[in-house]
Design a protein around this ligand. Structure first.
Ligand code: CTP
Length: 473
């Protein structure tokens, strides 16, 4: 396979090789870097394993580099890191590790290169590249990793039970790599995931979510989520999503499978946006459908009334559980879930300006993202219907542009502040201030008055009068 080492990287790696030779500690590049170079993917860090003391090797290398980089030493892990030309070089001594069954904390002892390769997650990540002067760049491949790279296969180097028990996160990594690289998971490795899935409980929520987010950031995350579902691991790490799966039939009336629908929406959205929070919103937009599902006897069909509202309410719990941020990003996702049905209801011609204005007001600066989510939510297989829906959204976008141009709603700033109300009527902060502010906002949204200072001031005086306030002289 074709293999290039960039000049900056080669310069540092040759110095590593020289130092290693002088110190008599054979050194190798291992893991992701070798894989990514062979695949022609970009690299952010380079892992170097030496058969000896990795920290001493890092210090020797730093001494030869100019400018001399700082070496960060993590003595607890026996590793050291230095940065050169924007790339992180991580040094470690080859290790033999054994894990106790109920902990991720390994017992570590010094080992050989082979020991180090044995304890890696996949054959394609267990490739080592020699740094010695005599065979610089030579690949040491004990598990056919090169062949697996070529045939696009994810396989554990040892028995899957061993590799996954050593670090159960690897089950998610297998699925994530398969999705990211468009590789197949070799059948016995996949069976291993199904068999050992319950061990995932010893892994921290943060690390699990980290892998889910990497899946979410691929071009087609449905592939990863289907593998998570098929292996049974999704039920353990994201039960709310699994609850979407399935179709119930009553009197010959079914409904769509909301799990596969959600995945289609997600893939559609990924073609429109790489905003991870919007991608989360796609995952969660119908999350409350199972909880709101009812069969309407009279109409003879299934309903999911209020699922957007209940779904928005479920977001904080899911975010907390997944250790996702509980800040403005979560609020954005909630807003998307809450509003995802609004635009479709506004695609009819007879919709009033004030309804369009209210949507603009509620979505605020996130209206474009909301429209992307809604467009992605069209999963009909009927091309005529698809065209009709998309045209409806185009029409709505034109209406929104006209309305927002007319009243600058996108930059919504209430023209009259609470301060002005208090000064005008000479009152303290009170309920009355809130009543007037709300009345002004409603009047603007309903198009009764224009969104400017003069109109709003006049209306403020009228509203004040209604509740017995008198303008200060
Ligand atoms: N590794 C492992 N088991 C893990 C994590 C990592 O065996 N649970 C090994 C693999 O050999 C991997 C290397 O450590 O190639 C580096 O790990 P990391 O930087 O996390 O992954 P990369 O393979 O570089 O890929 P990515 O950055 O996409 O996670």
């Amino acid at each position: 396979m074709f293999f290039t080492i960039l000049p900056d990287e080669r310069r540092v790696l040759e110095i590593v090789g020289q130092c290693a030779q002088e110190m008599d500690v054979p050194a190798y590049v291992v893991g992701g870097y070798v894989r990514d170079r062979l695949l022609g993917r970009p690299t952010k860090d380079i892992d170097i394993v030496c058969v000896g003391d990795g920290i001493k090797l890092a210090e020797a290398v730093a001494g030869r580099l100019s400018p001399r980089p700082k070496v960060a030493v993590y003595s607890r892990f026996g590793t050291a890191m230095l940065r050169a030309d924007g790339i992180e070089y991580e040094f470690v001594g080859a290790r033999r590790e054994s894990y106790s069954p109920d902990s991720r904390k390994p017992e570590v002892e010094l080992g050989t290169l082979e020991d180090d390769q044995n304890r890696r997650d996949f054959t394609i990540n267990a490739l080592a590249m020699s740094l010695s002067e005599t065979d610089f760049g030579h690949i040491i491949d004990p598990f056919n990793g090169l062949e697996h790279l070529e045939h696009k296969i994810i396989k554990t180097p040892l028995d899957p039970g061993q590799t996954f028990s050593d670090d159960p996160l690897r089950m998610l990594r297998a699925i994530r790599f398969s999705n990211q690289l468009d590789f197949e998971i070799e059948p016995s490795t996949f069976k291993g995931i199904a068999k050992y899935k319950s061990r995932i409980h010893i892994i921290s929520k943060e690390r699990i979510t980290g892998e889910l987010e990497k899946i979410l950031m691929t071009d087609k995350p449905s592939v990863g989520f289907k593998l998570l579902f098929d292996s049974g691991i999704l039920r353990l790490i994201f039960p709310e999503m699994v609850a979407l799966q399935g179709v119930e039939d009553r009197n010959g009336r079914g409904h769509k499978d909301n799990f596969y629908h959600t995945l289609e929406v997600l893939d559609n959205l990924c073609r429109r946006s790489d905003n991870i929070w919007l991608r989360w919103a796609a995952v969660l937009h119908d999350i409350a459908k199972p909880a709101t599902k009812k069969f309407d006897q009279e109409a003879g069909g299934w309903t999911f009334h209020g699922h957007e509202w209940l779904g928005a309410k479920m977001v904080p719990k899911i975010f907390r559980e997944m250790r996702l941020p509980l800040d403005g990003k979560m609020e954005f996702v909630q807003k998307m879930v809450l509003l995802h049905l609004r635009p479709i209801s506004l695609t009819k011609e007879q919709v009033t300006d004030s309804a369009v204005r209210r949507l603009l007001f509620d979505a605020g600066p996130d209206i474009e993202d909301l429209m992307k989510l809604c467009e992605s939510d069209i999963t009909t297989k009927n091309p005529q219907k698809m065209r009709r829906y998309l045209e409806g959204y185009e029409y709505l976008k034109e209406r929104m542009a006209l309305v927002s141009q007319a009243d600058r709603l996108r930059l919504w700033q209430p023209p009259i502040t609470g301060e002005i109300i208090m000064q005008t009527f000479d009152i303290q902060p009170s309920r009355e201030v809130g009543i007037i502010k709300t009345a002004l906002r409603e009047a603007i949204l309903d198009g009764e008055i224009e969104n400017n200072y003069e109109a709003a001031f006049q209306r403020m005086l009228e509203e004040g009068e209604k509740i017995g306030l008198v303008k200060k002289d």
